[in-house]
Design a protein around this ligand. Structure first.
Ligand SMILES: [Zn+2]
Length: 408
């Protein structure tokens, strides 16, 4: 299948049609969806924060919508699961099986299945994306795309778990259309794409508290820049479908998870310094969510998804439990997610919007990462293509007695 060519054709031919349609019909004719991706959202950490009232914005989404665990794939990591999320197909089918594929950093040239942004663009739906993992180099859409995790650049030559600035990107385009790059540099600034690289064991040795605080400060800077970017995009470039992502939560969890002396890898010099560093990431994410929610009215669907959770190290995984297959630097890793059994670290979904049940909980692991793309297509009235493995999450819709139910 040559969806890439189709996608290009769509962008060439649909744009004039869309601008015509926007002039001659009400812009609210098409559903509006704001999707927020969080890399490694761990419910074990989030639930106490919700109870303590430290995530008021996520609480408000839960009250007004449906939420639950999301079954993920085996050996989950960010590019592997995000590509599954946006194609609805297995990693072996879509081609992005991990950070590296055949020794090469995963990139969009490897995509073998059509991603949802291409399907939506062809359907005349405007698409805006920013910082979504595994979207580098960017692809043409009926709107804009700014790449995320795996973007390559200065001091981040391989693109793996590091953060080049927009002006420092090399090896491909980080912004589509190209003309938008200058606009972003002018109005948002030279923001970091993705999150900061984790410090090495040598960096930490003897300077633990100083390095941890410096690193957390950089993470906050990146989050502030991304918040400004999201706010700018939602204000100046509203689209029918907007997909924004964050990745610093997971990065923090890998080495600053609040483990105790009982856990494997506990090192008081590092792990007792900022016990709240990881929970703080979610409280900070909640503020980002608050900014995003200001752009969502009662007719907007808000979909928050996480690709996987993250848990302290455990047995049965590999000879050296500290060796993180995808974060292969020397950072003393104490928590991870690429366990052989993906059910150890389920992702999560939170959805609210017109016709979505209120205060509804998806129990067990019935919902999966394969179901997100079909559910989004359903919202736009686009039939699920046959290669997609999942199903429409019919149970989250009020009175699902229509074609949604028939699919199940
Ligand atoms: Zn990770």
């Amino acid at each position: 299948m040559d969806f890439r060519r189709l996608s290009l054709l769509a962008s060439v031919f649909l744009l004039p049609i869309c601008s015509y349609a926007q002039e001659h019909s009400a812009p609210q004719a098409k559903p509006r969806v704001i999707m927020v991706g969080v890399n490694g959202m761990e419910l074990d950490i989030i639930r106490p924060l919700l109870l303590k009232g430290q995530m008021p914005n996520l609480s408000s989404v839960i009250e007004r919508g449906a939420y639950g665990k999301l079954r993920t794939v085996s050996g989950p990591n960010c590019p592997r699961v995000y590509t599954t999320l946006f194609t609805g197909t297995k990693p072996e089918e879509h081609g992005v099986t991990g950070f590296l594929v055949g020794g090469i950093t995963a990139n969009t040239h490897m995509l073998k299945e059509e991603p949802i942004w291409s399907m939506l663009s062809k359907g005349g739906i405007t698409v805006g994306m920013a910082n979504v993992p595994a979207t580098f180099p960017v692809m043409p859409v009926n709107g804009y795309m700014i790449s995320g995790m795996l973007t390559r650049g200065k001091n981040c030559e391989d693109g793996v778990l590091c953060a080049p600035k927009l002006s420092e990107v090399t090896g491909g385009d980080a912004v589509y259309p190209r003309s938008m790059r200058e606009e972003l540099l002018k109005n948002v600034g030279d923001f970091y794409i993705d999150c900061e690289r984790m410090p090495s064991a040598a960096d930490l040795k003897g300077h633990e508290a100083e390095v941890i605080d410096h690193w957390l400060g950089k993470v906050q800077t990146i989050r502030d820049q991304q918040t400004k970017l999201f706010d700018y995009l939602l204000t100046s470039h509203p689209t029918n479908f907007t997909f924004l992502a964050q990745s610093c939560e997971d990065r923090t969890g890998h080495w600053l998870y609040p483990i105790t002396p009982f856990n494997v890898g506990y090192n008081a010099g590092i792990n007792s310094v900022r016990q709240s560093a990881f929970p703080d990431q979610y409280a900070a994410f909640d503020k980002v969510l608050g900014t995003i929610l200001k752009h969502a009215d009662e007719n907007t669907y808000v979909v928050i998804v996480s690709d996987h959770g993250i848990k302290p190290l455990r047995e049965f995984e590999e000879k050296d439990p500290h060796a993180h297959a995808d974060h292969e630097k020397t950072t003393p890793v104490i928590a991870k997610h690429d366990f052989a059994d993906g059910d150890d670290v389920p992702g999560s979904v939170f959805i609210m919007g017109p016709g979505i049940k209120h205060d509804f909980r998806l129990m067990g692991l019935d919902a999966s990462v394969y179901d997100i793309a079909p559910t989004l297509l359903h919202i736009y009235g686009i039939e699920q293509p046959k290669q997609m493995r999942g199903r429409v999450l019919a149970e989250v819709f009020e009175g699902h007695d229509n074609k949604v139910a028939a699919k199940n």
